[in-house]
Design a protein around this ligand. Structure first.
Ligand code: HEM
Ligand code: FES
Length: 356
């Protein structure tokens, strides 16, 4: 939510996050190198780099894709989500090293320009119809990796909030769904490439397990959210709906309800009640799963702040969550059903009323 461009807004949490990432990477690459040399002492440094970077990058992509749904299923995963973009950029770095070294190793020794050879080598060197039938071991798997790398490059470059602000949250989010396209291409790249030479079924099982994990956590999170949306509270005639007992909302926290198809977070702050949209203006995070810190609602994903009274970010920022009128009656909080008149950005001027 910065006003000017800064490459990274460092804070203590980000430093710890990145340091942990670095340690895990160094550890996994060292273990990979040790195990590879133990079983095949003649493995060259180039092969170690190509394989070490590809496997750790591909694993990291699984983690990146799973963090979002995992955080929706269980808030204990939230710390991982906080700086997910650094995971993405690191993953692109690893994939880039793998791509460059593979291109040099497998395409730079002929007469053809390596960048052309990546696409054309298969037409001359391999035949898809080897012996008249389909032979997957001869399939041109590298172009899938090249396209995936290009997509991941676009995502890494546009991961900064600068691009989020300039492209708009909706377009940026759609663009970043490209991560799933890249993942699909990489499953083909690995399945029809490296796995064709492997005799052990362990690798096929691992690839399948990764795919099932990514799809499984997404389906589970979608199911949980659909179930929550079905619990839509019934509207009352006077335009307010009962959002539950006041005692069900702890101080500084919110209860999320669905009213007229909108997810609304109903907050308790110093024994006053406020209702805001549950959708963070940054990347659509569930603000209602956050808490109020120093008088401001703090989004659990990356810490953007909003005042509970009017949904506005404190100065100098100018983001704003939609707010809804609130009444407290008979120990229950009632929230206005009508959405703000001019869409999400318009705050309702009324404050919550004191508990009756
Ligand atoms: C310019 C783009 C790319 C090229 C030319 C390329 C090339 C290759 C080649 C030649 C192999 C077989 C290596 C071997 O058998 O020793 C391979 C395997 C593999 N690639 Fe890629 N790749 C590219 C992009 C990617 C990307 C973006 C990823 C994502 C992390 C990726 C992940 C993998 C994995 C996991 C394997 C199997 C493990 C291995 O053998 O290294 N590749 N790639
Ligand atoms: S989604 Fe990033 S701070 Fe809310």
């Amino acid at each position: 939510m910065g006003l000017s461009y800064r490459p990274v807004d460092w804070n203590r949490q980000k430093r710890i996050y990145d340091l942990t990432l670095l340690l895990v990477l160094v550890l996994s690459l060292s273990v990979f190198t040790g195990v590879s040399l133990w079983f095949s002492p003649n493995t060259t440094a180039e092969t170690l780099i190509i394989r070490g970077c590809s496997i750790s990058g591909f694993l990291l992509l699984h983690v990146i894709l799973c963090i979002g749904p995992l955080a929706r299923l269980d808030s204990r995963w939230l710390p991982l989500l906080y700086n997910r973009r650094h995971l993405g950029v690191t993953m692109f770095g690893l994939a880039g090293i793998h791509g460059v070294f593979s291109t040099i190793q497998f395409h730079a020794l002929g007469n053809e320009n390596p960048l052309v050879s990546l696409w054309t080598a298969y037409q001359r060197d391999y035949r898809i119809h080897a012996g008249g039938g389909w032979n997957l071991a001869q399939f041109p798997f590298e172009p899938f990796g090249v396209v995936a790398l290009l997509i991941l490059g676009v995502l890494a470059v546009t991961s900064h909030d600068f691009w989020l602000r300039n492209l708009g949250a909706a377009f940026w989010k759609t663009l970043h769904l490209g991560g799933y396209a890249a993942y699909g291409l990489l499953v083909v790249h690995v399945g029809l490439g490296a796995l064709q030479d492997e005799r052990s079924p362990v690798y096929v099982v691992l690839l399948g397990l990764g795919f099932c994990t990514v799809t499984g956590v997404h389906l589970a999170a979608a199911w949980k959210e659909a179930r929550m949306d079905r619990l839509e509270v019934a509207a009352r005639n006077d335009g307010f709906v009962d959002a539950g007992s006041t005692s069900a909302i702890p101080e500084g926290r919110a209860r999320v309800v669905v009213i007229s198809g909108q997810r609304i977070a109903v907050w308790r702050h110093h024994d006053r009640f406020h209702a805001t949209s549950n959708v963070c203006r940054h990347q659509g995070g569930p603000v209602g799963e956050g808490c109020i810190v120093d008088g401001c609602i703090t989004c659990p994903w990356h810490g953007w702040n909003y005042r509970p009274e009017d949904g506005c970010s404190p100065p100098p920022f100018n983001e704003r969550l939609a707010t809804y009128a609130v009444r407290v009656f008979d120990g229950h909080v009632w929230v206005a059903t009508s959405p703000p008149p001019h869409g999400e950005f318009v705050a309702h001027p009324k404050e919550g009323l004191p508990v009756s």
